[in-house]
Every structure is written in structure tokens, then in C-alpha cells.
Design a protein around this ligand. Sequence first.
Ligand code: ATR
Length: 290
Amino acid sequence: MKINGHTKITGIFGDPIVHTLSPAMQNAAFKAVGLNAVYVPFHVKADDAGALKAAVEGVRAMQFLGVNITIPHKEKVLRYLDEIDPHAADIGAVNTIVNRNGRLVGYNTDGAGYLLSLRDETGFRIARKKIIIIGAGGAARGILYAMLGMKPSSVVLVNRTIRRATVLAKAFEARFTSTDIRTSALQRGAFIEHLFDADLVVNTTSIGMMGKGDLDIPVEALPPKAIVSDIVYRPLKTGLLKAAEKRRLVTHGGLGMLVRQGAIGFELWTGKKAPVRVMAEAALKALKQK
Ligand code: ATR
């Protein structure tokens, strides 16, 4: 990589930031496409009240192409932007900022990235399908929103805190009337009746991540056609996916979502087609090195 007066800057703001795979993935993409640009991780601290605002102003002042925004800033960052894409506004979270000649525009590419990865890796189509989403946090919100646009026949939101699932269902049910949106508690298999004819189960929580225990879903209740998907990618194969494989169900891991949301960001910043395969290989290599 040659940094000179023409080098364009992109990056990611988060806290913590040391584990991010995005720099490896995006820098490999810039190199593959022959762009004089770099992607840098920035530790923008959560406990420093003015840090996020100052960092976002820096994007404009220093003419970055744009940045990614990750935990814990995805919601708070909206107030510092000039324009919010309508999808990101509906979701209430931004993971990608694009600098359009000093005008900062916020997007959310997480849900779209998830759907692209699911389609490419499993061929699954959401339309008229029965979906179970585990979790009702920020990640669930983005994925649910993207899915509802594809008109599944039903979605069951399963969460430890049922109230949070109800609030999420209520936020979208009036807008997306072709999907039956229900809620259920996660505890003690309360949702097992929904598993019998489910087409897709997706874990959007961090359970299953290294050191966070495993998500215990009675996968034996799922029909043979069901796909089990997990947005966790550390480890690549979570306990949930292992249990599903044992039952010979098709599984889908979380790394593809990271790659695809990054690929959409790359295209927004550069106007060029993202080298998705290069990005996937770089992300996998970086994950294995950590
Ligand atoms: P994110 O932006 O990653 O989705 P979040 O908004 O904090 O993060 O949401 C975390 C999700 O994981 C929630 O659905 C949360 O359940 P609660 O709403 O009941 O808190 C879920 N979650 C996290 N840890 C959990 C655990 N140990 N058991 C069950 N659910 C858990």
C-alpha cells in the first residue's frame, strides 16, 4: 500500500474496536480494485460524551470518503448527520456514513447484507416463508425490516424479554400488512409450536459467541427443509449451527453478513463494484489469525 497526497480515507468508529475484521476486508478490496484508499479502525470511546460528534465532524473536515459505525454508536450517530436514508431512519440505526461533497448521509446496510448473504449461500427466498427470529435488539430490528420488505408469510419474534419483542412487532406491523408478525418468549421452548413448520430460524443475539454459552433451541422440532442461520461468526460454527448440522439441516453462518454489508459500503463510497470474493477471503483469513 502506498500512502500519498491522493490517498482517500475510510474507516470504522467503535468501542471496542480492536477485534474488527473490516480493515482487512476493505483494504484487500481497495487493493484488488486498484484504488488509492485506506480503511482505518478508530477507537471512538463510548464514555467520552463529545467524542462521537467530534469524530463525525472529522469525517467532513478531513474529507473521508465515509466510515462504518459500529457498537455502541449506531443509534446515537443519527443526530450528527445531514441526511438519513429512509431505511436507516425506519430502523433507527446507521452503520455506514457516506460523505457526499461534505454532506454526510447515513445508511444501514446490515439487513440488506444479511439477506444477500443468505440468498447467495443457501438460495433461500424470503417471500411467503415462515421465519423465526431469535432476539429483539438492534441486529434483529435491521434484519426484520429487510425481511418484511420481501413479504414472508409470517415472522415470530422470540426474545428473553418478551416486552422488547412486542415493541419491535408493533413498530412495523402497521406498515407491513402482508406478514403475520407474532412474538414469543425464549424461555423453556415456549415457541416450540412455531418450529414445527418453520422455513428459517435466525439467531440475531450474541449468544453462541466465544465465551457466551450456546443458544439452546430444540432443532429436532424443525422440519427437514428448515434452514438454521446465525449472525455470530466468532466461532464460524456456533453450537446452534452444530446442532442443526447434526440434524442434517442446511446452515448459514454470520461471516457472509459482515462481508456483504461491507461490500455495500464499499460500493457506496467508491461507486465501484465490490470484489466480494476477495473481501470474503480476507475476512476469513483475518478471523483465523485472531
Ligand atoms: P444488538 O444490537 O447486537 O442486537 P442489543 O440491542 O443489546 O444488541 O440486543 C441484544 C439481544 O440479545 C436482545 O434480544 C437480548 O435479549 P433481551 O432483550 O432479553 O435483553 C439478547 N440477549 C443477549 N444476551 C442474552 C442471553 N444471555 N440470553 C437471552 N437473550 C440474550
